[in-house]
Design a protein around this ligand. Sequence first.
Ligand SMILES: Cc1cc2nc3c(=O)[nH]c(=O)nc-3n(C[C@H](O)[C@H](O)[C@H](O)COP(=O)(O)OP(=O)(O)OC[C@H]3O[C@@H](n4cnc5c(N)ncnc54)[C@H](O)[C@@H]3O)c2cc1C
Ligand SMILES: NC(=O)c1ccc[n+]([C@@H]2O[C@H](COP(=O)([O-])OP(=O)(O)OC[C@H]3O[C@@H](n4cnc5c(N)ncnc54)[C@H](OP(=O)(O)O)[C@@H]3O)[C@@H](O)[C@H]2O)c1
Length: 454
Amino acid sequence: MPGGSAHRPVFDVIGIGFGPSNLALAIALDAIAQRGMPAPKAHFIEKQESFCWHRGMLLPDSDMQVSFLKDLVTLRDPTSRFTFTNYLHQKGRLEAFINQRSFFPSRIEFNDYLGWAATQFDASCFYGEEVVAIDLDRGDGSPALLRIASQDAAGRMITRHARDAVIALGGSPSIPPVFASLRKDPRITHSSRYLDNIAPFEARRSAELRLAVIGGGQSAAEITLDLHGRFPEARIDLLFRGQALKPADDTPFVNEIFNPDFTDFVFAQAAERRRDILQEFRSTNYAVVDTALIERLYAILYQQTVTGRRHLALCPRREVCAAAPSPQGIVLDIRNLTTGGSESTRYDAVILATGYERNIRHTMLAGLEDQVKEFAVLRDYRLRMQPDFHPRIFVQGASESSHGLSDTLLSVLATRAWEIATALARLAPPPPDMPSLPSLCTSLATYDIRHRGV
Ligand SMILES: Cc1cc2nc3c(=O)[nH]c(=O)nc-3n(C[C@H](O)[C@H](O)[C@H](O)COP(=O)(O)OP(=O)(O)OC[C@H]3O[C@@H](n4cnc5c(N)ncnc54)[C@H](O)[C@@H]3O)c2cc1C
Ligand SMILES: NC(=O)c1ccc[n+]([C@@H]2O[C@H](COP(=O)([O-])OP(=O)(O)OC[C@H]3O[C@@H](n4cnc5c(N)ncnc54)[C@H](OP(=O)(O)O)[C@@H]3O)[C@@H](O)[C@H]2O)c1
C-alpha cells in the first residue's frame, strides 16, 4: 500500500501506461528490491482493461521484428526470471521453440510472454483508467507532490498523489488531414484498431468488397496480406506514395545502431548531427517492410498473372487528395504522382496504415506548462523542469530526436528501464560498460544511497 495519511495516500512512483516500457521498469525496480536495496514501490495506470500489446495488430500471420533476446530483461540480466527463455520454459515450449530455429517469435506469442510478465504485477496496476492530467499539488507546507487524474470507463475521475512519475504512452495514430473529419466513420480505421474494426465486414460476401490500405510501411503490408487471406475474393488496393515497397534494413552493421550503448553516442551529438543520424538510418524502421513479407506479396501478384484473377493491386506513387462519405462507401480522390492525373474510386473500407505520432508535450502535461523548462528529456529520461520543481517526471519512448531510433522500439527496453529505475531509487547511475546485474548490484550496494528527498 502507498504511504501518506489515510486522507491522502502518497505513491512513491506512478507509471502512466503499462506497455512493454513500463513493464520493463516494474521488472527493474523489482530486481533492485529483490537484492535488498531500497527501491521505490511503483504502481501503474493503464487505460486498457487488461494487458495487451498492440491489440488491433495481433495478426495471426505476423512475427516479431527483433530477436526474442531483446525481451524485457535479457540484455541487462540474462539470469532474470522474466526472460523470454524462462517464459518458454514455464510454458513447456522451450525445446519446440528451439526446433523452430528462429529468433523471431510470432507477435501473438510475444504478446503472451509480455502478458505473462505483466500478470506478475497485477497487484500494482490499475487497469481501465486513462490518465488525463498531471499537475502539482503544493500541499500545506509538506513537499509538493504530483497529482495524477485519471478517468475510468464509467466516466468517474480518480485522483492519486505521487512523488515521481514515469510516462510511457507509446504512439498515437497519425491520421492524414484528408481523413480528419471522417474519424468517426466506421468504414475508416487506423491500423492500430484494424482487428476490431474489420470484423463487421466478415459478415459480407468477400466478392462484393472493395478495400483500400493507405501507406507503404510494415503495418500496411501486413494488413494487405491479412485482408487477402480474410477476403480472398475482395478487390484490395494498397495505395502508397513511394515508387516501390522498400525493405527494412536489418543487416548486422546497421543493426548496431540499436545497441544500448549507441544511445550514449547519439545523445552526445549536436542536434544537427542527431537529425542526420535519424535520417541516415530511417530505412531501418519507417516506411519499410520486412523482406520476407515483400517476397510474399510479390508471389501473390505473380500468381495473379498466372491465374488471371486479379484481386490484389499495389498502387505506387498514389496520394489521396480527398475523401468523402457516401451511402455506398468512401469515395477517394486519388492522384497519380507520376502522371499528375486523378481518379475517384469508391471503397467499402479504408485502412490507414499511416504510422504513429509521439509528442513529449502531451496534453496531460498542460497543467505543468510553466514548470517545464523544456519539453525534452535529460540522458536519464527525466523531463527538464524548472530548478525549484522537485517531483521527477521521466518519459519513455518519446525522445527519438535526442536518444536515437531505438527509443520507440524494444531494443533498449531492458537497459533504459534499469537507468530509470536506478535514478528513481537514487542510486548512482550504472557504469557505461553495464556489467551483468548481480555484479552491478554488488557495486551499486557500495554506492552512496542518497537521502530520498521528499
Ligand atoms: C503493430 C506494431 C508492432 C511492433 N512490433 C515491434 C517489434 O517487433 N519490435 C520492436 O522493437 N518494436 C515494435 N513495435 C514498436 C513498439 O513501439 C514497441 O514494441 C513497444 O510497444 C513500445 O512499448 P511502450 O510501452 O513504450 O508503448 P506501447 O506498447 O504503445 O504501450 C503504451 C501503453 O500506454 C497505454 N496508455 C496510453 N495512453 C494512456 C493514458 N493516457 N493513460 C493510461 N494508459 C495509457 C496504452 O494503452 C498502452 O498499453 C511495434 C509497434 C507496432 C505498432
Ligand atoms: N510485425 C511487426 O513487428 C510490426 C508490424 C507493424 C508495425 N511495426 C512497427 O511499428 C512501427 C510503425 O510502422 P507503421 O508501418 O505502422 O508506420 P510507418 O513505418 O511510419 O509507415 C507509415 C506509412 O504511412 C505513409 N503515410 C504517412 N502519412 C501519410 C499520408 N498523409 N498520406 C499517405 N501516406 C502516408 C508513409 O508514407 P511516406 O513514406 O510516403 O511518408 C509510410 O509509408 C515501426 O516501428 C514498425 O516496425 C512492427
